[in-house]
Design a protein around this ligand. Structure first.
Ligand code: LMR
Length: 394
């Protein structure tokens, strides 16, 4: 049997992680995988997570299974964090999943069960694992224009034009905030126009939100998903706590289905639980419980939000420093977009050859499409990166 296996294409982000580890140069700079790092290159455990873990150790009485869809407290805390008061609990179904990727995968499986003919529309570009999972599930997919290579902003007209070609019932995958890999995001007005188009064309939004709090703050970053929740008859949301709670390896995710209808919500809830059972039975609990404790305890929540805000403003500072350094090096403002982008990533707009040249000569690791993890920078590496960008002729 095993001899019939075909080698699967390597995931570019994971391959880059391995290449970085294997590089012996101690001057190397990791701008690859989307993991937050502080100025010393460490991915810290957030203070509130540590405190919640200590408390949990003291009070936890059992490691028996959690509910099949996870704990209701977790669902509600996440609903409030992401959706505010835009959705009544009666219209909300949810299941805890192993990470945001688990939620993405099961959202797509739900689409496959409910509407196998639906095309999934993806932004060009998107997180590479989106098309990879869709291809694996054999679902129809198509791209909509999103990133304007010249301005490094959103090609909004292109996006609306392409989405207006979608057929009724198609699913549109949108990044809730902090677009991965580009860093270019919709503004409030654009979210409203997208929402209107979805209604007019009877399309179903599927929001992947993995960086809430990393862009313009916890509330602003939820503007788009909340506006859709208020205006759309149905939607799917895949949320990750990996980044904003820094609990990457605990695998904390939530799949949410919003429907303006009670009967649909009941069926959605049963379907989400069924999908958990088929894929892995009970979801992991430890990380979800920590997140719940933090969100429902005012002191822990305040401390978490304040640390997250420091992370966000620290990344904004790095963005500005890099844009300023490049302004000085090039005598132009053509890298000003780096300060305008939001979230952990920016797409620099370098060719694969230029990306390769920066890796060869300076040990700078960014994804081949020139996605940079801004959190991988610090005051010392910014001038090195700016020099490498200029030298590579970007
Ligand atoms: C990324 O985009 O680098 C992260 O979301 C990590 C991953 O799993 O790819």
């Amino acid at each position: 049997m095993f001899e019939t296996l075909q080698a699967q294409p390597a995931d570019k982000i994971l391959a880059l992680m391995a290449a970085f580890r294997a590089d012996p140069r101690d001057t190397k700079i990791d701008l690859g995988v989307g993991v937050y790092k502080d100025a010393t290159g460490v991915t810290p455990i957030m203070r509130a997570v540590k405190a919640a873990e200590k408390r949990l150790w003291e009070v936890e009485q059992t490691k028996s299974y959690t509910g099949l869809a996870g704990e209701a407290d977790f669902h509600h805390a996440m609903r409030e964090l992401i959706l505010g008061d835009t959705v009544s609990p009666d219209n909300f179904a949810a299941a805890a999943t192993p990470g945001g990727t688990g939620a993405v995968r099961q959202a797509l499986e739900l689409v496959q069960m409910a509407s196998p003919e639906a095309t999934i529309w993806l932004s060009a570009p998107t997180w590479p694992n989106h098309p990879s999972i869709i291809k694996y599930l054999n679902l129809p997919m198509q791209e909509y224009r999103y990133f304007d290579a010249d301005s490094r902003g959103v090609d909004f007209n292109g996006m609306l034009t392409d989405l207006s070609n979608a057929k009724e019932g198609d699913v549109v995958l949108l990044h809730g905030c902090c677009h991965n890999p580009t860093g270019a995001n919709l503004n409030s007005q654009q979210w409203q126009e997208v929402a209107d188009l979805l209604i007019a064309k009877k399309l179903i939004p599927f929001v992947d939100i993995a960086y809430q709090g990393f862009g313009d703050g916890l509330e602003m970053d939820a503007y788009g998903v909340r506006h859709l929740a208020k205006t759309q008859p149905e939607m799917l949301i895949a949320a990750s706590c990996s980044k904003n709670f820094g609990v990457y390896r605990e695998r904390v995710g939530l799949l949410m289905a919003v429907a303006q209808d009670n009967a649909k919500t009941e069926l959605n809830q049963k379907t989400l639980a069924f999908l958990n059972r088929q894929n892995f039975s009970f979801p992991p609990d430890h990380g979800a419980r920590l997140v719940t404790m933090i969100l429902t305890d005012s002191a822990l929540r305040a401390d978490w939000a304040s640390e997250l805000e420091d992370v966000r403003t620290g990344m904004l500072k790095l963005r500005k420093q890099l844009a300023d350094t490049l302004r000085k090096r090039t005598g132009s403002d053509r890298f000003g977009f780096l300060a305008d982008h939001r979230g952990m990533f920016s797409r620099l707009g370098a060719t694969p050859e230029q990306v390769e040249a920066m890796r060869e000569s300076h040990g700078i690791y960014m994804v081949g499409d020139s996605r940079m993890n801004i959190a991988g920078l610090n005051e010392a590496s910014i001038p090195v990166l700016a020099d490498a960008i200029v030298e590579a002729g970007v």
